[in-house]
Design a protein around this ligand. Structure first.
Ligand code: THU
Length: 136
């Protein structure tokens, strides 16, 4: 798991907090922000984007991952996720993160930008189903 400095942690939590302010969450009123840093050092932010057709909405983490992948980045070091109450990413987002590496660090922050948890995707999704499990 990548070792981070406090400055690196705080910078990503701050970017996730700013992204959270751009959330489109009129139905849940639960804005979420994410900031994903790639191995090449680029940072992609994400926020949840909801829809009147509820299942069509997308989580903040997935927006960040899909932005990165669509820009040609597939190697991730760390993602910061910020919510009002500092919860862990949902199961679907854990699976999406697992696709691109079980060692990605997940920083969990609260609405005040405080770090509450730091753990790996492997810890978030034990026994993850990955491409290794598909018959060749
Ligand atoms: N949400 C996220 O963006 N990430 C998560 O890990 C959990 C849930 C969003 C989805 C929805 O817009 C709102 O939070 C309430 O579920």
């Amino acid at each position: 798991m990548k070792k981070l400095t406090d400055e690196e942690r705080q910078a990503l939590l701050d970017l996730a907090g700013e992204a959270r302010q751009r959330a489109y969450a009129p139905y849940s009123n639960y804005p979420v922000g994410a900031a994903l840093r790639t191995r090449s050092g680029r940072v992609f932010t994400g926020c949840n984007v909801e829809n009147a057709s509820f299942p069509t909405g997308t989580c903040a983490e997935r927006v960040a991952v899909f932005k990165a992948v669509s820009e040609g980045e597939r190697e991730f070091e760390v993602i910061a996720v910020v919510t009002s109450n500092g919860v862990l990413p949902c199961g679907g987002c854990r699976q999406v993160l697992a696709e691109f590496g079980l060692e990605t660090v997940v920083l969990v922050g609260d609405g005040e930008g405080r770090l509450l948890r730091e753990l790996s995707v492997a810890e978030l999704l034990p026994g993850a189903f990955t491409s290794e499990d598909l018959p060749r």
